[in-house]
Design a binder for this molecule. Structure first.
Ligand code: SF4
Ligand code: SF4
Length: 435
């Protein structure tokens, strides 16, 4: 085994092992959540995943950004083919294994498409960078994006540029070598034009060989850096968008997830024919009404927190946010993830005197929500910030009796009159009587 192959194996095992270790920790954090059944309607679930995650359907409500994002996405998928070859070359000590295995034309077509997509991705990266840092679109300059989230977004764009640079360095150096050796070309779409220029400028096979190796190792190391960076970044969505959309809530928007024990009490209260002695299907008392911290949410809500792309589409359509209220549904998701990773970093200790409600999300934010579902509708990966807001509110109302004064009268009326209005149930049909 060559030294190069040995180094390759050591780096690969260390990087993939580190990634697997971190992912195991994230999965354990998500499993802290309460159970919720999302195993029904499998055909519908596959359809939603294929359309929303794979087909990027909801992105196309904003066509220009959708096209740019789609370029990123396709480039990412197709580049994985080249990555297979990088791994084969790394293990075997070969160079361009598929080309020498007789896949000539097909190989050239694949590498050429990667090169064209890389050029487009380069342009898209510069546009994305300027939207955040030069044009400074409002949804990218909000309070919750200050500090690490902003750096995270910029860092990944920088990684992208480096990745593209290393691909072109390797391809162009290889084109230049072939040009000098046999006046021939791999005919890669872009680097076939750079190669001869490089050959003229350097004209030295050893130097070109070093440049090709720098390109190859640089590309590989960037892939491993990217892989291990993912679990700490919003870019984890490139993996989690798929399970997250598969396990989407397929109920109609606006249908609330009632708590069975509470629902039974309300039915007894409102329905004069209800049998108070009938045993409910599941009469186990909940450990807590609503949610105060991450373990009170469901695993799906926690998966959503790790799937959020921080795009801010939800916040940009939120009527509460638009009218200057403190609420931002994107912040709700970011806070949930931050609290969850805090618990994870703290060896899953939930008794650290801190909680999602209070330390991260304030009642003022929660009560600003109109429950309109616009954020849910807009999210490109089917995240439901409203469900977290409702669960946190439930805790405030049912466990802490902390409720805005405007709502107290309405709740008292429901309790006493079975309706939000201040009229006795006996008077309910009076409007039908003639004067
Ligand atoms: S449901 Fe609440 S958080 Fe979502 S858009 Fe409407 S007001 Fe904003
Ligand atoms: S919840 Fe959805 S829409 Fe909102 S920031 Fe996250 S990914 Fe974007």
């Amino acid at each position: 085994m060559t030294l190069s192959a040995l180094v390759f194996i050591l780096i690969s095992v260390a990087s993939i092992g580190l990634f697997a270790w971190k992912m195991k920790s994230i999965v354990a954090q998500i499993k802290l959540g309460k159970s919720v059944d999302r195993s029904n309607r499998k055909a519908d679930r596959w359809k939603v995943m294929l359309l929303v995650a794979f087909g990027q359907k909801k992105m196309f409500t904003r066509p220009l950004v959708a096209v740019l994002h789609f370029i990123f996405y396709v480039a990412f998928v197709i580049t994985q083919i080249e990555l297979i070859e990088v791994f084969i070359d790394g293990f075997s000590g070969s160079h361009r294994f598929f080309f020498h295995a007789g896949l000539g034309r097909f190989y050239t077509a694949v590498i050429s498409s990667i090169e064209v997509l890389s050029v487009l991705t380069f342009i898209a990266t510069l546009i994305f960078f300027s939207r955040r840092n030069i044009i400074r679109l409002p949804r990218f300059t909000m309070a919750e994006l200050k500090g690490w989230p902003r750096n995270d977004a910029n860092l990944i764009l920088f990684f992208e540029l480096l990745l593209i640079g290393f691909i072109f360095l390797m391809n162009s150096a290889d084109e230049a070598r072939l040009n000098i050796l046999s006046n021939d070309s791999y005919s890669f779409a872009v680097s076939q034009f750079i190669g001869p220029l490089l050959a003229d400028a350097l004209g030295n096979l050893d130097t070109l060989d070093v440049l090709s190796k720098i390109g190859w190792w640089g590309h590989l190391i960037m892939v491993f850096i990217f892989l291990n960076y993912l679990p700490y970044s919003k870019h984890l969505h490139i993996l989690f968008a798929f399970p997250n959309t598969y396990f989407s809530n397929l109920d109609a928007k606006g249908k609330f997830s009632n708590m069975e024990s509470v629902e039974n009490e309300v039915k007894l209260m409102l329905d004069p024919n209800a049998d108070p002695y009938a045993a409910p299907a599941n009469d186990a008392a909940p450990q807590r009404f609503g949610a105060k911290d991450v373990q009170d949410l469901t695993w799906k809500q926690l998966l959503e927190a790790y799937s959020c792309t921080e795009c801010g589409r939800c916040t940009s359509v939120c009527p509460a946010n638009q009218t200057g209220k403190l609420l931002s549904p994107r912040k709700i998701m970011m806070d949930t993830r931050d609290r969850l990773s805090e618990v994870g970093n703290n060896k899953m200790n939930l008794e650290d005197g801190r909680s999602l409600l209070g330390d991260y999300i304030t009642p003022e934010e929660l009560w600003a929500c109109t429950s309109c579902n616009a954020c849910v509708q807009e999210c490109p990966v089917n995240i439901d910030p409203l469900s977290i807001i409702v669960d946190l509110r439930r805790f405030l109302v049912m466990e802490e009796s902390k409720i805005p004064s405007e709502l107290t009268g309405m709740l008292t009326n429901i309790e006493n009159n079975g309706a939000p209005w201040q009229f006795s149930p006996a008077d309910r049909m009076k409007w039908t009587e003639e004067n």
